[in-house]
Design a protein. Structure first.
Length: 207
């Protein structure tokens, strides 16, 4: 289960700054502990659905919502379940985005394929189905995952895309262990020990 870290806090601040959660139908995709779902519910969302493929994450998010007496629906499943329960006014996601060479034997909650996009690309492609007519999505990931690639992906899906928040943070233990791979595939330069995380907003052109 993914515990809230700097990227989750950055995304929560972006949601607050966007001001779109009040009375909205919200999806927290790849919810982990339910941190972002809770942030949306506290911001006045009318309905919040939290979704994760991890059974442990679902149980944890349910417990966190219940302990705070927040009406959050926590479901187990992937994008097909999200589409089934949509459309949503706001889609939030802090998906797995750490590039992985398939040989690390790490916890799969971090691994997102050789370029870090195995979850992110299908999510971007599904946004037109997930979003209501004036809905928007806020997605967070590392610079190593490819900011331009995400912007191009959401625009190819017929949506607008822009970076609305960014923050440079020190490498955590997972990226420290992946650094040699990131350098090998030229995603990271020699001698660096920080990464930039960004929040990308995607929405209809007429929003």
């Amino acid at each position: 289960m993914y515990r809230p870290q700097e990227d989750s806090f950055l995304l929560a601040r972006a949601l607050r700054d966007a001001g779109g959660a009040q009375d909205a139908k919200v999806l927290d995709f790849c919810t982990g502990s339910g941190f972002l779902a809770i942030a949306a519910a506290r911001a006045g969302a009318a309905a919040v659905t939290a979704l994760d493929i991890s059974r442990r994450a679902v149980l944890t998010a349910r417990a966190n919502a219940l302990s705070r007496r927040l009406p959050i629906s926590v479901l187990r499943g992937s994008l097909d379940v999200a589409v089934e329960h949509g459309p949503f006014d706001v889609v939030l996601s802090n998906p797995p985005y750490v590039p992985d060479n398939g040989q690390s034997n790490e916890d799969p909650r971090w691994d997102a394929g050789p370029d870090g996009r195995s979850v992110l690309d299908p999510l971007c492609d599904s946004l037109p189905q997930l979003l209501s007519p004036r809905g928007f999505a806020l997605l967070v990931h590392s610079e190593f995952t490819g900011v331009d690639e995400t912007l191009e992906r959401v625009r190819a899906a017929g949506l607008s895309g822009s970076v609305v928040a960014r923050e440079r943070i020190p490498f955590g233990p997972v990226l420290q262990r992946r650094l040699s791979y990131l350098q090998e595939v030229e995603l990271a330069q020699q001698g660096i020990d920080t990464e930039e995380v960004v929040v990308i907003r995607a929405g209809r052109h007429w929003e």
